[in-house]
Design a protein around this ligand. Structure first.
Ligand SMILES: NC(=O)c1ccc[n+]([C@@H]2O[C@H](COP(=O)([O-])OP(=O)(O)OC[C@H]3O[C@@H](n4cnc5c(N)ncnc54)[C@H](O)[C@@H]3O)[C@@H](O)[C@H]2O)c1
Ligand SMILES: O=C(O)CC[C@@H](O)C(=O)O
Length: 527
């Protein structure tokens, strides 16, 4: 018998999927306090949530029977994935079922914002017939800047074209060709900030997207810009948004999500230029049916020993093969993570070369880990070795793997190469017996770097004194250098320096380093 706890409201059609199974009990309790959830979770085999219930580490640590957590929706930021993975609990989501609803909600918010419909509605309900105050603006011929052109951003783009808007989008995986095929304009983040009349964000909330729309970003925008966030609270710096509205830089904002939810007394809500909904992007009958059915099927599949379709954190390698290749997963993941930081250009092709002892292992699971590492920077923690190749394919990145017997003196050598429109970058690593993983080559340079911690990859001219200058500047910033590796193409020519430092550099410190004239490029990589 499997006991399933439904902790957030889930559509009846989904619950039917569970209840029709003979060996399942369903406990539908959607008002449990965090303490009650912690106290009762050990009785259940599966937990189903939407975005409300926080599945924290303390909850997961008490979940001694739990086998699966199902998220009826996309974002899994309310679930501690690391804790679930550590505890061997699979997390599944339903990434496709609410795309339309979230896109429609974004359009509804954009239109309501332009025509001040909520404000006019409240005024009329209060007995005022005020036609002068509520003069709006048209969407037609305005430029919509979409930041994050994934499932929802793409649907918003098509709908906005239907409103005769000029659509410009930025996404780390968007190429000019793809934008052209979609009939939209390709832009950088800067282009969007500077040119858009409306800006809508559709990224996950990640380290790189947290506060990506901050005071600096607002300062670059057109006067009178409109802002929409139906993705995640925290992508927009709320303090900066508040100030930009008060200073009349921003004409209005439509917000479905805020950093702290549920919210009631937020200062943004006091501004008449702000319209808001309580995280309703996915709240339609259709979306809730879709995500509930999808996630409940996955929960049953997993409980009864079949493969779940949308795992967020599950490794899927047969145990005999696993023991042989598992040590390389970590190396592959780190090489992918390292490589994606070497360029801001869109990856188009990834080639993975297996050499030495690695030339006769099963490559696919290692490849998936390398691709996972590469995609994580922009797609977040829901990329795993199960969905990495699928997501790469969706982003138009082709993956090739090949075996070679020459390992350049190493017993095993794994090389990950990434082609973009104008460059080919590569990184190679090995597993040293007893010493663990090492990065041994970056492009044409030979190095010996442990792939962990805060790394600085510095391209510079091979001239006397550069290393000293770099060291003094880091000392000024109170940043300790733990390790240093240097290599050069030829005497006085191009060179690389890879430092492991004790603290991550902030933007100002990084740009301080970039100002040293012998240095052509500095990249911070957090492994
Ligand atoms: N309001 C709601 O109720 C609701 C409903 C569904 C989804 N969402 C949220 O909407 C967001 C988008 O969902 P989705 O299904 O389209 O996800 P998705 O993974 O399909 O798309 C996200 C896109 O953001 C891009 N991205 C990542 N970092 C970026 C950056 N720094 N700059 C620009 N783009 C970047 C990724 O490349 C990806 O293409 C998520 O945060 C999701 O949780 C909210
Ligand atoms: O459960 C909800 O209603 C919100 C879902 C949404 O935020 C998501 O990320 O899928």
């Amino acid at each position: 018998m499997f006991h399933i706890l439904v902790a957030d409201p889930i559509s009846k059609e989904g619950l039917d999927v569970l209840q029709q199974k003979p060996n399942v009990t369903v406990t539908d309790e959607t008002n449990l306090s965090p303490d009650e959830l912690e106290n009762r979770i050990n009785q259940f085999d599966a937990l189903l949530v939407r975005s409300q219930t926080k599945v924290t580490r303390p909850v997961i640590e008490k979940a001694s029977q739990l086998k699966i957590i199902g998220r009826a929706g996309v974002g899994v930021d309310n679930i501690d994935l690391d804790a679930a993975t550590e505890q061997g609990i699979i997390v599944v989501n339903a990434p496709n079922g609410n795309t339309n609803s979230a896109a429609e909600h974004t359009m509804a918010m954009m239109m309501a914002l332009s025509r001040q419909i909520p404000q006019a509605h409240v005024s009329l309900k209060n007995g005022k017939w005020d036609r002068k105050k509520y003069v709006g603006v048209e969407l037609k011929n305005k430029t919509l800047g979409i930041i994050g052109l994934g499932r929802i951003g793409t649907e918003v783009a098509y709908r906005a074209k239907g409103q005769h808007m000029n659509v410009m989008a930025y996404d780390p995986f968007l190429t000019e060709e793809k934008a052209e095929q979609m009939g939209i304009e390709y832009g950088t983040l800067e282009d969007i900030l500077q040119k858009a009349d409306y800006i809508t964000v559709h990224t996950p909330l990640l380290k790189e997207t947290r506060h990506m729309i901050n005071a600096d970003a607002f300062a670059k925008m057109k006067d009178g810009v409109h802002i929409i966030n139906c993705a995640r609270g925290g992508i927009i710096d709320e303090e900066a948004l508040y100030n930009s509205i008060v200073n009349e830089k921003v004409a209005g904002a439509a917000i479905d999500v805020l950093e702290e939810e549920p919210f009631q007394d937020h200062q943004l809500l006091e501004l008449p230029q702000v319209i808001a909904t309580p995280h309703l992007g996915a709240s339609t009958v259709e979306a809730q049916e879709n995500v509930a059915i999808d996630v409940c099927h996955d929960v049953i599949s997993h409980l009864t020993g079949d493969m779940a379709k949308n795992p967020v954190n599950m490794p899927s390698v047969p145990s005999d093969i696993l023991s042989q290749i598992e040590p390389y997963f970590h190396l592959a993941d780190k090489l992918g993570m390292f490589l994606i930081h070497l360029t801001e250009e869109v990856p188009e092709e990834v080639n993975i070369y297996y050499s030495g002892e690695l030339s006769d292992v099963k490559m696919a699971p290692i490849t998936r880990n390398a691709v996972k590492g590469l995609l994580k920077r922009h797609l977040g923690s829901h990329v795993n070795d199960v969905n990495a190749l699928y997501l790469a394919d969706r982003k138009g990145i082709t993956i090739h793997e090949s075996r070679t017997s020459t390992a350049k003196g190493f017993t095993n050598l794994l090389t990950v190469e990434m082609k973009t429109k104008s460059s080919v970058r590569s990184v190679a690593g090995t597993l040293l017996n007893g010493l663990g993983p090492r990065i041994v080559r970056v492009d044409q340079y030979s190095v010996d770097v442990m792939p962990e911690g805060h790394l600085l990859v510095i391209h510079h001219q091979d001239l006397p004194g550069v290393i000293g200058k770099m060291g003094s500047l880091l000392a000024q910033y109170q940043i300790n250098i733990a390790t240093m590796q240097v290599d050069r193409s030829d005497v006085g020519g191009k060179a690389i320096m890879i430092l492991t430092v004790d603290k991550f550099l902030d933007k100002e410190e990084l740009s301080g380093l970039k100002q040293l004239e012998e240095i052509s490029d500095v990249t911070a990589v957090d492994l």
